[in-house]
Ligand binder design. Structure first.
Ligand code: NAP
Ligand code: GCO
Length: 266
């Protein structure tokens, strides 16, 4: 048998949430290249339209839907529409997410709740919506986009770390509860990736020097660079494919070695 066929996604329907651009877009384009039909959502029609156009530029006929992952009615309606118009979802990537960088004691409960709602409740709502059809179909793959902050804290990201830590455990619980139905649920923990979400951390300073955080992260990363969304494509295809059918409840950190490294002696 051609072993590489185990990494094929031919004939599969993949929903990647919040995938008009950024990490979700990179993962979806890799899935399309591996043979999957791409479905994605965003909260604004204009972004869905932009996303469809971006996929088209890559030669991909993606199906875009307006849906806020925190709204259970919208999610259930979207999943029903996808099943009718495209097919049962075989692969779900819970990618949609936000971050608010505010010192905890200055953060409103409203802001804290919004991050938890999108980054943790969203994946719960969307997973709950797709699992019944996955069970009927004989199995499926769920990949949750976790974070370094699923393991580490830092100043100003209390809500995000709480959400991503919770998402790590939701991943393990879905794996535990639905493994017997041939559903594998795993996470990807990206390191620091160059996307719009981290752009503020890489902004050039007034004097043209690199942002202090940019310098900090490069020093903390054994690979000595920021990650690119494309660095996540191989791990994402692996976790969506038959090649990972006995992998369940894993958080696969794709971080250039940050979590392994104590840091250079000053
Ligand atoms: P991004 O560039 O900010 O993109 C986030 C996407 O999620 C956008 O398309 C956004 O749509 C969408 N979204 C936000 N709220 C939503 C909602 N309620 N319903 C549906 N879609 C929603 O972020 P990214 O860097 O690509 O990150 C993607 C995922 O990876 C996130 O979960 C993030 O936490 C995680 N992550 C990122 C990094 C990194 O270094 N970049 C590292 C680890 C983990 P709008 O444009 O309409 O807001
Ligand atoms: C931050 C960054 C990180 C990254 C990512 C790291 O402010 O520390 O935004 O949280 O987004 O989650 O894995």
């Amino acid at each position: 048998m051609d072993f590489t066929q185990k990494f094929s996604l031919k004939g599969k329907v993949a929903l990647v949430t919040g995938a008009s651009y950024g990490i979700g877009f990179a993962i979806a384009t890799a899935y399309a290249e591996a043979g999957a039909t791409i479905v994605f959502n965003d909260i604004k029609q204009e972004l869905v339209d932009k996303g469809v156009a971006s996929y088209k530029e890559q030669g991909i006929e993606a199906h875009g839907y307006v849906c806020d992952v925190t709204d259970e009615d919208q999610v259930n309606a979207m999943v029903a529409k996808v099943e009718e118009e495209v097919g049962v979802i075989d692969i779900l990537v819970n990618n949609a997410g936000i971050i608010k960088r505010i010192p905890m004691t200055e953060m409103s409960a409203k802001d804290f709740r919004q991050v938890i709602d999108i980054d943790l409740n969203g994946p719960f709502i969307v997973s709950k919506a797709v699992i019944p059809s996955m069970i009927k179909k004989g199995g499926g793959k769920i990949i949750n986009i976790c974070s370094m902050m699923s393991e580490l804290g830092r100043e100003t990201v209390s809500a995000y770390a709480a959400a991503k830590g919770g998402l790590k455990m939701l991943t393990k619980n879905i794996a535990s509860e639905y493994g017997e139905f041939n559903i594998q649920c795993n996470g990807i923990g990206p390191g620091y990736i160059a996307t719009p979400q981290t752009a503020p951390l890489r902004e050039k300073q007034a004097d043209g020097s690199r942002h202090p955080f940019d310098q900090f992260i490069v020093a903390k990363t054994p690979a000595a660079r920021w990650g690119n969304p494309e660095d996540l494509q191989g791990p994402a295809v692996f976790l969506a494919s038959e090649a990972s059918d006995f992998v369940n409840g894993l958080i696969l950190y794709v971080d250039g070695g940050i979590l392994a490294y104590i840091g250079k002696q000053p």
